[in-house]
Design a protein around this ligand. Structure first.
Ligand code: DCP
Ligand code: MG
Length: 447
């Protein structure tokens, strides 16, 4: 029997030499996983149709008015037939489709519908990982039997989303997140697609598809690969490892080659991961080009992470940040903290240093979709390695911790202290908690 490696996502065609639930050599746990990816169709436009049924059947464009300099957020599938796309200048959209209904985005309204949809997702699996305002991964391994099959579960979910939220969605079902996401893309709009499960079949299935179908391959990476004659997944599958390493670097080369074969180590974030890290992410509804806004959002996330860490007796030794650009390419950087800490100042300093490295002040033309901050590598006690200045360092650390705890207390009483505006008050935003509250998350996602 073929089994999927829980950790790497690889399908082992020959049974493990050392049978049993745990691979004795590397400690890998064996099991068969089923992942569902769900993405609402033309989300903002579909949401508008729930309160404007008279627009049904017409091209609907949500975004800036066509007489201004703004862009399209999204549009109905009727408008897509005319070539209208997200991020296109509204003026161009109007030229392509002058008879379309144009309407401005109403983020608060979409957030309500999104919250309801995540409520439906959470009823189909305890393991829900929010990706953005309208998409999520569900690990449905443990709940399939309640529905009599993965596809039946997927159809039940789609039916409930439509009934309770008034919008359609598309679902992909596969053995890992990478393939599930490809599946939902192929199912669009208003469909369900189950990816093959045999590794050879998966490789054959992906071979003719353009490299852009793979998660993380945005326009930029696709452009670089094209210069070397790599346009399809088949080209990637056959590319010599050396050549790919020269183009992309060692780590990216090996993961991309695996992705082209449908192999991915992605896992839907689970509860037990919470012990290992605490993180928060923020997805901007529209791409954010204002460095200062991304930076201050990051600081709010760092403060939120700090509050969470301080609820238990643990001190983090590592901090990391994550940025995802408009092409869905994600970069992350991590650093060791000077000492295991849990005060706001330490997290803030680390976040800023990492951010400045990824997006220097001189960096122009960046557009960020998601920003995240997390800490990990927890220790049971604070402080640094022995040093000459230990007493002073200890005193300073304690002072900072006390200050952070005092702010937590005041915030807990509803007093607005500290810097920054709550993310929830920004129009261009959704928030997802990961790490300790990972499996979740309708409430944290959009508060
Ligand atoms: N969005 C935006 N600007 C973009 C891309 C998206 O404001 N450049 C907003 C509007 C979308 C929502 O995010 O409705 C979700 O993005 P998706 O990429 O999932 O796009 P849609 O849901 O609109 O369409 P699809 O059916 O392709 O998922
Ligand atoms: Mg969508």
């Amino acid at each position: 029997m073929r089994r999927w490696c829980e950790k790497s996502g690889n399908l082992q065609s020959a049974p493990c030499a050392l049978r049993g639930p745990v691979h004795a050599k590397c400690g890998i746990i064996w099991g068969v996983r089923t992942i569902l990816h769900v993405d609402l169709d033309a989300f903002f436009a579909s949401a508008e149709l729930t309160r404007h049924p008279e627009w049904r059947g017409r091209p609907v464009i949500v975004g800036s008015p066509p007489d201004g300099r703004g862009v399209v957020s999204t549009c109905s599938y009727e408008a897509r037939r005319y070539g209208v796309r997200s991020a296109m200048p509204s003026r161009t959209a109007w030229r392509l489709c002058p008879h379309a209904v144009f309407t401005r985005p109403d983020i608060a309204f979409y957030r309500e519908i999104s919250r309801k949809a995540f409520g439906v997702f959470a009823r189909h699996s305890p393991f829900v990982e929010a990706v953005s305002v309208d998409e999520a991964f569900l690990d449905i391994t443990g709940t399939i039997h309640l529905y009599g099959g993965a596809e039946k579960l997927g159809e039940a979910l789609r039916e409930k989303v439509l009934r309770e939220c008034g919008v359609t969605c598309s679902v992909g079902i596969a053995r890992n997140r990478l393939l599930a996401k490809i599946g939902s893309e192929l199912a669009k709009p208003d469909g369900l697609f189950t990816m093959p499960s045999d590794p050879a079949e998966i490789a054959r299935f992906l071979a003719p598809k353009p490299v852009g179908i793979l998660w993380g391959v945005g326009r930029k990476t696709a452009g670089i690969l094209a210069k070397y004659g790599i346009a399809t997944c088949r080209d990637l599958q056959n590319a010599p490892a050396r050549q790919l390493e020269t183009i992309l670097g060692k780590a990216a080369a090996s993961s991309l080659k695996n992705h082209a074969l449908g192999i991915s180590s992605d896992r839907v974030a689970r509860d037990e991961d919470g012990e290992k890290s605490v993180s928060r992410e923020h997805t901007f509804v529209c791409d954010e080009t204002d460095r200062e806004n991304v930076r201050s959002t990051l600081l709010e996330l760092a403060a939120d992470v700090g509050r969470s860490v301080r609820k238990e007796a643990r001190w983090a030794a590592t901090a990391r940040i994550k940025l995802r650009d408009a092409d869905f390419e994600t970069v992350s950087r991590q650093t060791s903290l000077p000492a295991p800490s849990r005060d706001d100042r330490s997290f803030r300093d680390a976040a800023l240093a990492l951010f400045d490295g990824l997006w220097p002040e001189s960096g122009k033309g960046l557009a960020v979709r998601l920003v995240g901050f997390g800490v990990s590598n927890f220790k049971a006690s604070p402080g640094a390695e022995p040093s000459l200045f230990r007493d002073e360092e200890d005193a300073e650390r304690e002072r900072r911790e006390k200050l952070s705890e005092a702010i937590d207390l005041l915030k807990g009483k509803g007093l607005n202290v500290g810097t920054g505006t709550a993310i929830a008050h920004r129009p261009n935003s959704t928030v997802a908690g990961t790490g300790e509250s990972t499996s979740i998350l309708p409430p944290s996602i959009l508060t």
